[in-house]
Design a protein around this ligand. Structure first.
Ligand SMILES: *Cc1c(COP(=O)(O)O)cnc(C)c1O
Length: 487
C-alpha cells in the first residue's frame, strides 16, 4: 500500500479538486459581492438546526456535496456581520483581501508558536507597525491573540509580575503578603472583570469606578478609591482605562489616567478593543492622547481594522516583564542558535498559547493592500455615519437619543409607553426583518437600541433604512398591529 493515494488525505484527482476549489472560491466571492441584496440575518428554521445534530460520520462524503450543505444551510444563517446593515455589538465586516489571505495561511498551515520561519517575521513586522502606531519603544513586545478578552488577561498577568515579581508564578497569589487591587470604570467591558478573576486576584479585587457625565471613568472617584485602599493596607497595582466603551463609545481621559498611574506607581493598561485603532484616523487620534504612555494596550484588528476573525493583539511596553511572565524552560522547546530551533524568543514566550495560527498574515495583507490611510478613512467614515444617524434621530419626533455620540455608537429609543419592552421588540423585529441588526444596551436604567457602525460597507442608505424600519416597527408595536415584513 505504500505510496498509494489512499495513504493520504490529499485528493486523488487534483484537476477535479482544483475545479471544485475554484467553484467554492467563486461562491464565497459572490456572497461578498452581492451581500447587500441579502437579509442581514434570518431566523434559523428548525429543520436546518436539526441538520447539525447528526451522528459522527464514519464514511466519506463528496466535497461538492458538503459544500452544497454549506451554501444552503450554513452561509445564509451566520450572524451577518459582513453585511452593511449589521450594527449589533462591535463586529468588524472583514474584507475579501483578508479572506484570501486567511485561505493562503490555511494552505501553509503554519504553527506560529515558535521556530525559525518567515511567518514569525511577518508577525514581528506587524508588531513593529503597532509599536510605531502607538509610539512605543523598540523594547516593547506584541503578540497576536484570539481577541481583546485574552489580551486583557495577558495585561493583568504581566502587571501582576510587575507588582509581585516573577516568583509569583511559583508561589501563587496566596503566598504573597500583599493584597492587590485593580481599578476600572463602570463602562468597562466585562472581560476586565474576567481577567482579574482568571489571574487569581478574585473579582472583588477589582474596583468598579463610576462614570462622569461623558461616560468616562470619574478620575476623582478613582483617586479616592486608590487612597482608601492604601489606607486599608491593600496594594493598588492596576488601572484599566477604555478607549471606546462598548456601550456608548466613550474614551476615558487617558492622559489623566497615565498621570495618576505614573504618580501612584500603578500599571496603566488600556482596553482599546475597537477604539485604539482610531490612531489611524488623523482627526480622532488626538482624542486618544495618553495612550502612548500606557504600559500595555489590548485591541482587535477584527473590529475597526476589518481583518477577518480572529485577530486580537496585546502590546506591552516592558518586553522583559512580558517575557518573564510567560517564558518556560521545557526541554522539548529548547532554543538553538542555528537550524529550525533558532530565532528565540518565540511567540509562545509571550502568552499562554503554544500552537498558534498565522493571524499575522491576514493582518499584514490587509495593511499592505489597503494601506494605513485608507483603513483610517474607514474608521472616520463610520464615525461620520454615526453623526448622520444622530442627526436623523434628532429630526424624527418619535425617536430620542439616549447617550452622547462620541465615536461610532448611537444609543436611542422609540418614544412610547412601556418603552423598554417596546424597544426590545423593535430590535428583535429589525433583526428578524433582515433590514438592519442593531443590538440593545441599558443607558441610565433605560433599554436602548444600540447601533455600532463598524463595517466599511455601511453607508447612509443603511442608516436611512434603519430609521425607516424603526419607526414602522415602533408604530406596529404600539398600535398592536402585528409587524409585517416591510422589506
Ligand atoms: C469587543 C470588546 C472586548 C472584547 O474583545 P474580544 O475580541 O471580543 O475578546 C473588550 N473590550 C471592549 C471595549 C470591546 O469592545
Amino acid at each position: 500500500m505504500e505510496g498509494t493515494p489512499k495513504d493520504t488525505l490529499d485528493p486523488v484527482d487534483w484537476p477535479a479538486f482544483r475545479a471544485q476549489g475554484h467553484r467554492m472560491l467563486d461562491d464565497i466571492l459572490d456572497y461578498l459581492e452581492h451581500i447587500r441584496e441579502r437579509p442581514v440575518w434570518q431566523p434559523i428554521p428548525q429543520n436546518v438546526r436539526t441538520l447539525f445534530r447528526e451522528a459522527l460520520p464514519q464514511e466519506p462524503s463528496d466535497l461538492a456535496t458538503v459544500h452544497k450543505t454549506f451554501m444552503q444551510d450554513i452561509l445564509p444563517f451566520s450572524v451577518g456581520n459582513a453585511h452593511p446593515g449589521f450594527m449589533g455589538w462591535v463586529h468588524g465586516g472583514g474584507t475579501p483581501v483578508g479572506m484570501l489571505a486567511e485561505m493562503l495561511a490555511a494552505g501553509l498551515n503554519s504553527n506560529l508558536g515558535g521556530r525559525d520561519q518567515i511567518p514569525i517575521e511577518v508577525e514581528r513586522q506587524v508588531v513593529q507597525w503597532v509599536r510605531d502606531l502607538f509610539g512605543f519603544p523598540q523594547t516593547a513586545t506584541g503578540l497576536f491573540v484570539t481577541g481583546t478578552s485574552m489580551a486583557n488577561l495577558i495585561s493583568v498577568l504581566v502587571a501582576r509580575t510587575a507588582a509581585l515579581g516573577g516568583n509569583v508564578r511559583h508561589t501563587g497569589m496566596a503566598a504573597g503578603h500583599q493584597r492587590l487591587t485593580a481599578y476600572t470604570s463602570a463602562g468597562a467591558h466585562s472581560c476586565i472583570t474576567q481577567a482579574v478573576d482568571l489571574a487569581g486576584l478574585g473579582i472583588d479585587a477589582l474596583r468598579i469606578i463610576p462614570m462622569n457625565e461623558h461616560y468616562q471613568i470619574d478620575t476623582v472617584a478613582l483617586d479616592q478609591a486608590i487612597r482608601a485602599d492604601r489606607r486599608a493596607g491593600l496594594t493598588p497595582f492596576f488601572i484599566a482605562g477604555t478607549a471606546g466603551t462598548v456601550d456608548v463609545g466613550a474614551i476615558d481621559d487617558l492622559a489623566i489616567l497615565a498621570d495618576m498611574a505614573h504618580k501612584e506607581g500603578l500599571w496603566f493598561h488600556v482596553d482599546g478593543a475597537y477604539g485604539a485603532l482610531a490612531m489611524l484616523a488623523p482627526e480622532i487620534a488626538p482624542r486618544l492622547a495618553g495612550l502612548e504612555q500606557a504600559d500595555s494596550i489590548a485591541f482587535d484588528f477584527h473590529k475597526w481594522g476589518q481583518v477577518p476573525y480572529d485577530a486580537g493583539f496585546i502590546l506591552v511596553r516592558d518586553g522583559q516583564l512580558h517575557h518573564q511572565t510567560f517564558a518556560s524552560t521545557a526541554v522539548y522547546l529548547k532554543r538553538e542558535t542555528r537550524g529550525l530551533a533558532a530565532g528565540s524568543p518565540w511567540p509562545c514566550d509571550f502568552g499562554p498559547d503554544l500552537s498558534r495560527g498565522f493571524r499575522a498574515l491576514k493582518t499584514w495583507f490587509t495593511i499592505k493592500v489597503y494601506g494605513a490611510k485608507r483603513l483610517g478613512r474607514v474608521i472616520s467614515d463610520t464615525c461620520a455615519l454615526a453623526q448622520y444617524l444622530r442627526q436623523r434621530i434628532e429630526s424624527e419626533p418619535m425617536l430620542e437619543i439616549l447617550a452622547p455620540v462620541s465615536l461610532n455608537i448611537v444609543c436611542f429609543r422609540y418614544r412610547c409607553e412601556d418603552s423598554d419592552r417596546v424597544n426590545a421588540n423593535i430590535v428583535a423585529d429589525l433583526q428578524e426583518s433582515g433590514i438592519a441588526a442593531p443590538s440593545t444596551t441599558t443607558i441610565n436604567g433605560r433599554l436602548a437600541i444600540r447601533a455600532a457602525i463598524v463595517n466599511h460597507r455601511t453607508n447612509t442608505s443603511d442608516i436611512d433604512a434603519l430609521i425607516r424600519a424603526t419607526i414602522v416597527f415602533g408604530q406596529a408595536n404600539t398600535e398592536d398591529i402585528p409587524p409585517r415584513r416591510i422589506r
